[in-house]
Design a protein around this ligand. Structure first.
Ligand SMILES: Nc1nc2c(c(=O)[nH]1)N[C@H]1C(S)=C(S)[C@@H](COP(=O)(O)O)O[C@H]1N2
Ligand SMILES: [Mo]
Length: 213
């Protein structure tokens, strides 16, 4: 399927689910598996039909927007920052979940301290090397399980899963985590990302099945 047809199909699927009355629940689920999800043993790949190949020598991560210290980290500088590991569950809006994913990389809070966002910065906009984008309230990024991951299960994040570096936000549907991440931009006002402008929920809470806006 061509890239445009794929995006159109996913967008239509969201509209159809919404029309069917799949709407957010008012009370969160207490189960480990969020409502409407199925557990998968594998690891499906979801992208826009492009898996950019970025050599470590060409890779940079920009921290910009409303920050005191605009920063561009190269691969060595990124790895000189404190490295952490976190095991989390992964929930894709297309109804599959994967348990116990071990991600390694740099905590979002480390980047936050480095760039020093100004007080008016309340939102974060992520941009990727494949043209993808997604957005979050700054507060959601400051949980200690939010990482810019460069390793998965002890090995480098593969290209299909978003390497060299991808964002992991375990508490939200996985489209909120940008693969192939290139820039983290701090903003005063919210700015909708790729799927958010195409009908996906801006809040994306798996526990209340908050899939579509
Ligand atoms: N850059 C980029 N990031 C992305 C996407 C994408 O297409 N491009 N897809 C999102 C979606 S919808 C999901 S479910 C996860 C999928 O991650 P995976 O391919 O490693 O399973 O990445 C998210 N991040
Ligand atoms: Mo997804």
């Amino acid at each position: 399927m061509s890239k445009d047809r794929y995006i159109e199909a996913k967008q239509k699927w969201a509209a159809k689910q919404k029309a069917r009355g799949v709407t957010a629940r008012s009370a969160p689920s207490a189960d480990r598996l969020p409502p409407g999800q199925k557990l998968t043993a594998g690891f499906p790949v979801l992208d826009l039909g492009v898996q950019p190949e970025i050599a470590h020598a060409d890779w940079t991560l920009a921290l910009d927007g409303l920050v005191e210290k605009p920063t561009a980290l190269d691969w060595a500088q990124f790895h000189a920052l404190p490295q952490v590991e976190d095991v989390s569950d992964f929930h894709c809006v297309t109804t599959w979940s994967k348990y116990d994913c071990r991600w390694g990389g740099v905590a979002f809070t480390t980047l936050y301290e480095l760039a020093q966002p100004k007080p008016e910065a309340r939102f974060v906009y992520f941009t990727s090397y494949d043209g993808y984008s997604t957005n979050l309230p700054l507060a959601a990024c400051l949980d200690d399980d939010v990482l810019i991951a460069t390793s998965f299960e002890g090995a480098p994040v593969s290209r299909e899963h978003g390497g060299p570096a991808r964002v992991i936000v375990p508490k939200l549907y996985a489209w909120k985590g940008a693969k192939f991440v290139k820039a983290v931009t701090f903003l005063a006002e919210d700015k909708l990302g790729f799927w958010e402008v195409r009908g996906y929920s801006n809040t994306a809470d798996p526990w209340t099945e908050d899939r579509y806006a």
